[in-house]
Design a protein around this ligand. Structure first.
Ligand SMILES: [Zn+2]
Length: 97
């Protein structure tokens, strides 16, 4: 691409997201990137604080045991775990003024 053509590649984008329920209790959400000029969604990701397999395993295991820790590491590293949002503590922090 010629240098003088690059001036037309100035995208203005916004990043936003929302959760299924209000009050910081939701386990499902979505975050997306919007092109401000066209209003089109350029990309999105589903957010989840819940994994059914983790929940089932925790309900019948000692979560402080080495076996559970090993299972959890393998589960997470395999990409099977549905949890992909770990920052709920940030939402609960007081606003800095
Ligand atoms: Zn999981």
């Amino acid at each position: 691409m010629a240098r003088d053509q690059m001036k037309y590649w100035t995208w203005q984008q916004a990043f936003d997201g929302t959760w299924q329920k209000r009050g910081h209790t939701s386990i499902n959400g979505v975050a997306f990137v919007i092109d401000l000029e066209t209003g089109l969604i350029l990309d999105y990701i589903r957010l989840s604080k819940y994994c059914h397999l983790c929940s089932m395993k925790a309900s019948c295991s000692d979560t402080k045991s080495a076996d559970y820790g090993e299972w959890f590491k393998d589960h997470r590293d395999s990409g099977e775990c549905q949890v992909n949002f770990f920052f709920s503590f940030l939402i609960q922090c007081p606003t800095l003024n």
